[in-house]
Design a protein around this ligand. Structure first.
Ligand SMILES: Nc1ncnc2c1ncn2[C@@H]1O[C@H](COP(=O)(O)OP(=O)(O)OP(=O)(O)O)[C@@H](O)[C@H]1O
Ligand SMILES: [Mg+2]
Length: 250
């Protein structure tokens, strides 16, 4: 069990560089961010700022060019591929803009899947309970193609929470939904999040959604700026990055 002061996510001096035919992209040079357990954190920023890349680094799905990421005091880079993927499925969940449901499985089977993989004998009742929480108990035998976009995203939310993850990462969870559907879905996401005390890191273009999180950051030119979603100033005494500017190398 981790104590209250431990960080769910602890990063030090992250740098990420992509080499492309057009040149080298220095997305960030020196970015540090610590997130406490149970905190909800929103990251906003323009398209191409590096938000999805940063989320992949925070979730251990991608490796930084330099710097370290620790999740729940574990440095995933020290684990083997098999250990890392087992660790991720035990502790983390993801919600994506494009839902990522398996088309050949029903709503219930999609939600159940992460528990089935673990061999959890309670997979079906747990999955039903989560589908109920997102208001889809009457849709459990429907396939994704038979569900609206909003319903599919609710299935994805149920699937993300069914394993009671320590950390949930969401990349534009309302990006494909109309404003009203997005609002309902966000309410459900935060309701379940509060019940499970999950650490939540989400990327959004939606200032209203960002404002529901405990902390907001704007990723801009390789720098994370903490404050309200409208603020451009660094708040004093906050743990933020000392990043450098993005740009194509000369
Ligand atoms: N594997 C890669 N190889 C080369 N360049 C990449 C790679 N992944 C991302 N990039 C570049 O890094 C930049 C940031 O991409 P990223 O997807 O993180 O942006 P984003 O902030 O999530 O944008 P959006 O809001 O449009 O989703 C982009 O210019 C992108 O082209
Ligand atoms: Mg993105």
């Amino acid at each position: 069990m981790l104590d209250k002061t431990s960080f769910a996510i602890e990063t030090h001096h992250l740098a990420k560089t992509f080499s492309t035919q057009a040149g080298v992209i220095h997305l960030f040079n020196d970015l540090s961010l610590n997130i406490q357990q149970g905190e909800s954190v929103a990251i906003i920023g323009q398209s191409g700022a590096g938000k999805s890349t940063l989320l992949s680094l925070l979730a251990g799905l991608d490796v930084p060019t330099s710097g370290t990421v620790k999740l729940l005091e574990t440095d995933l880079s020290q684990l083997s591929d098999a250990e890392r993927s087992a660790w991720r499925s035990e502790n983390l969940s993801f919600i994506f803009q494009a839902f990522h449901l398996l088309p050949e499985l029903t709503a219930l089977e999609n939600v159940q899947l992460p528990l089935d993989i673990r061999g959890d004998k309670q997979a079906a009742p747990k999955a039903k309970n989560l589908l109920d929480k997102v208001g889809l108990s009457d849709r459990q035998s429907h396939y994704p193609a038979q569900l609206s976009g909003g319903e599919q995203q609710r299935v994805a939310i149920a699937r993300a929470f069914v394993t009671t993850p320590s950390i949930l990462f969401a990349d534009e969870p309302t990006g494909n939904l109309d404003a009203e559907t997005g609002e309902n879905i966000i309410t459900q996401l935060f309701d379940i999040n509060a019940q499970q005390a999950t650490t939540l890191v989400l990327i959004t273009h939606d200032a209203a959604l960002a404002s529901r999180c405990n902390r907001q950051f704007r990723l801009e030119q390789g720098i994370l700026i903490e404050g309200s979603t409208k603020a451009r100033q660094v708040e004093p005494n906050q743990e933020i990055n000392k990043g450098s500017r993005v740009g194509l190398a000369e």
